[in-house]
Design a protein around this ligand. Sequence first.
Ligand SMILES: Cc1ncc(COP(=O)(O)O)c(C=O)c1O
Length: 381
Amino acid sequence: MINLSQQFVTNVDNVYLNHARLSPWPVCSRQVVETFVIQMQQPTAAVMLEWEQKQQQLRQQLAVLLNAATNTQVALLKNTSEALSIIATGIDWQPQDNIVLAVQEFPSNRLIWQALASQGVNCIWVDLALHADPEQALIAACNKNTRLLTVSAVQYHDGCKLDLLRLGAFCNTQTIAFCVDAAQQLGAYPIDVQSMQIDFLVACGHKWLCAAEGTGVLYVASKWLTRLKLHQYGWHMLKQADFTSLQVEIATTAQRFEAGSLNTLNELILASSLNMLLELGLQNISNAITERIDYLWQQLNSLGCEIITPATAKQRAGIISFKIPRINTAKLCQQLNQQGIICSQRGDYIRLSPHFYITETQLKTVLPKMKHCLLILDNYT
Ligand SMILES: Cc1ncc(COP(=O)(O)O)c(C=O)c1O
């Protein structure tokens, strides 16, 4: 198994399999936080300039990660939900327009679209669980009034990874805007906004990007940058830092979506994590995750678990979700966490989500620990 674990604390007592919820920070982020605290005790103009430069570098790193044409298409925000809200409230909707999305979407990629009902914009819902070909089901749901298709690149509950290339190509031929919530993919599996013809992409820093909560990313394709109506205003979005002029000239880059002061510490942490991920190479990272998912798959299969994550390799990413029908899922999840297998419950399933650095030795403890949990719960029920 590929070993890329140097930057993370790995012990066999706790196997952290919950990156789809929140990632531990790599060792490199410690230096960032310590330096920031020292700098904040006596901030100087030079230090503030250095932070701005690092934030600009971060936009560039994100542009590289996404294969965006330029870093001016990337805004640094609070979270995925904020980014989605900027898109949804920015489009010039017309009554009768509709949006196609899955019933399984994470609430952040659902609520804001539902909120457009007051403007006469409808949601067309697709139940992905009913279709062997989820992309085809989404495509078939679109009609002449569809203005936007929004998907999670990887579904948060069952880990189903969608074919963004196929969806993007379809949207492009139909002039439907294509919006991707990449919270469960960015930092784990490659994404290319250009070849996938993505109009809007949103993500957060605290999952597969191994950074802090409260860090969001918004990518906007050039043709949309100045087409989105603005609803948040502040000094940071001005083209020139001239605070006295009453002439309003707003940046034409994605900076126009960054209204006020940025979340500097979090962004420095994200920049250092991203540095590490880009150095390791996204392809190496995704290969390592795939290996770990395949391993867990075999282990869960050997225990007779019911796995809802698609069996086809190209439909899988860093999430594997399962249940054991005879056992109460909440109790099993609690037991697993107590035994040091850190995981989440989503619906009636337990979600495991290993990142690239989890070691083989750690993964080998999963099966005996699960057997131990089952013994306890079987005797209990
Ligand atoms: C698909 C998806 N989108 C977004 C988020 C997080 O949203 P936010 O960054 O607004 O907290 C999650 C978190 O679980 C998610 O799974």
